[in-house]
Ligand binder design. Structure first.
Ligand SMILES: NC(=O)c1ccc[n+]([C@@H]2O[C@H](COP(=O)([O-])OP(=O)(O)OC[C@H]3O[C@@H](n4cnc5c(N)ncnc54)[C@H](OP(=O)(O)O)[C@@H]3O)[C@@H](O)[C@H]2O)c1
Length: 491
């Protein structure tokens, strides 16, 4: 089976921060793969913009190095690499000054009928100045798009200030706020599963679902991002965006149609229905942890070199959604660094059968669970009880109904496209369905702020946990208190 590829319209994609890590590791490889798939029209161009004094050829050499570093050699086809590199040019612009903007305008001149996209792959403090200068230099066309990445603020007030800078220069429909989790194949499949099958939706509510667990576990530590991370912490860095977005897609009502605003309206309603966690209930609903060193490996404190840091590298929350569908069914979310494995999944745990007809000797009837795995091994598994095959009488065992995409579709070695491939093409297509609208980000911060405030005014430090474990003891207790337990963090 070959994936269907619909070429996008001709475009000029300007990558501010074109020499940076995000551009090298994610954007250039994603664009290369789309070129390889035949999705980029002949007239598509990529313009790297940064402060470094580079010729276009030197930048192209860096681009080739990036492809070699982040794409397996077997996928680097000479003809495609040549074609791809031929699309690339470079302009030196110091975005905090007026230098270089004329050269960028000159490069874009005469191509106003192409889709024009500006990807801001640099620090958010530059977003406002860049937007103003884009406007002032007359290179914004009516269909231009601006793409921005997290971190979008560090609390509600700073998000509002940043967003005001963006919306001062651009209308909402020009703005594409990326959360790359939304571009993951399985996340989109979650919507297909829920809304294209009659099977699950009647059961998708508090009457049939006991609880939902959302886990985003990393095995790595702060990896050179210590300065940023020590200011942010797991709640800001992961929960405010990725985990809340996953929660919204799991909990939202069916939208009227698969249309950007219909989908985002439904997600916004979920965010607005989240019960607050604040000083009154933070102890019973939120756990924060920090990894400690183990077996000679450095702990967080050593990693960031700040002895008194109270930054959390782990968060677990019990989230209640106050609406008819979910009242009484908690969503437990957790994320952390230096955990046992790298694993991201949504687990929907159904209620027990009302009564078991089987004798004790048959074994326990386990609750059904639908596991939507984002990484590694993207796929969906439904855990069912079946009879242990054979003549040995009625014995129940748990068996997975496996919908791992590569095996279900009969494709060996299927490469799952990276989220950025899908999302960058959506930007060019002008489809913001999988991007966060401004009011969603605002609602997420409005819910996060009281947790941050409660932690700041509380006296408890984050609980230490061993690197390589499943997180702090208190996170286990959060579930045990409700008579539940986390699934293992097992890749
Ligand atoms: N890396 C990721 O995977 C990732 C993922 C999600 C979000 N983000 C966010 O994306 C942003 C960029 O991250 P990054 O990791 O790519 O950072 P980075 O590696 O430090 O790259 C920063 C880029 O900004 C450019 N730059 C800095 N000051 C400039 C100026 N005055 N004028 C023009 N260009 C300037 C740099 O150009 P020169 O090198 O030429 O100075 C470089 O290309 C950050 O806000 C980060 O939090 C990154």
């Amino acid at each position: 089976m070959v994936a269907r590829v619909v070429p996008v319209a001709p475009f000029d994609l300007v990558v501010f921060g074109g020499t940076g890590d995000l551009a090298r590791r994610k954007l250039l490889p994603a664009l290369y793969y789309r070129d390889l798939a035949g999705q980029l029209p002949d007239d598509a161009r990529i313009i790297g913009v940064a402060r470094s004094d580079l010729s276009a050829d030197a930048y192209r050499e860096r681009a080739v190095e990036a492809l070699k570093s982040f794409i397996p050699a077997a996928d680097l086809k000479d003809a495609c690499v040549k074609r791809f590199i031929g699309r690339i040019s470079y302009v030196r612009v110091d975005v905090s000054s007026t230098d270089g903007w004329d050269a960028l305008a000159a490069l874009l001149k005469g191509r106003e009928d192409r889709v024009r996209a500006f990807y801001l792959a640099l620090e958010p403090r530059f977003f406002g100045p860049i937007c103003e200068r884009l406007k002032a230099s007359g290179i914004v066309t009516p269909t231009s798009r601006v793409v921005v990445e997290k971190p979008l603020g560090d609390q509600l007030a700073s998000y509002r200030a940043l967003n005001a800078q963006l919306t001062h220069a651009f209308d909402e429909h020009h703005l594409y706020r990326i959360d790359h989790y939304l571009g993951k194949e399985t996340v989109q499949n979650l919507m297909a599963l829920r809304f294209a099958n009659a099977l699950f939706e009647p059961l998708w509510n508090a009457r049939h679902i006991d609880h939902v667990q959302i886990t985003v576990a990393e095995s790595v530590g702060v990896e050179g991002r210590g300065a940023y991370y020590d200011h942010a912490g797991a709640l800001r860095d992961m929960v405010q965006n990725h985990l809340l977005q996953l929660l919204c897609l799991t909990a939202m009502e069916p939208p009227g149609k698969f249309d950007p605003d219909d989908v985002r309206n439904e997600k916004l309603k979920v965010l607005r229905a989240l019960e607050p966690i604040d000083g009154s209930n933070v102890e019973s609903h939120a756990v924060r942890g920090q990894y400690a060193g183990r077996n000679g490996a450095a702990g967080y404190i050593e990693d960031v070199g700040a002895n008194d840091s109270t930054t959390e590298t782990f968060v677990a929350l019990k989230v209640n959604i106050a609406n008819w569908r979910w009242s009484g069914t908690p969503f437990y979310v957790r994320t952390g660094k230096r955990l046992r494995s790298r694993l991201s999944e949504i687990a929907v745990i159904f209620k027990d059968v009302p009564h078991s007809i089987f004798p004790a000797a048959a074994g326990a009837v386990r609750e059904n669970a639908l596991i939507i795995r984002l990484q590694p091994h993207e796929g969906i598994t439904l855990l069912m009880n079946i009879k242990d095959p054979g003549p040995g009488g009625m014995r129940l065992i748990e068996a997975p109904l496996d919908m791992t995409f590569a095996s279900s579709l009969g494709i060996k070695g299927l490469r799952m496209p990276d989220a950025y491939e899908r999302l960058v093409m959506d930007v060019i297509r002008g489809d913001p369905t999988l991007f966060m609208r401004g009011d969603e980000v605002e609602a997420a911060w409005a819910w996060i702020d009281p947790i941050l405030a409660a932690w700041e005014t509380g006296h408890r430090r984050p609980q230490l946990y061993d690197a390589g474990s499943s997180g702090p003891e208190d996170a286990l207790r959060l579930m045990h208190m409700d008579g539940r337990r986390w699934l293992e963090i097992e890749a």
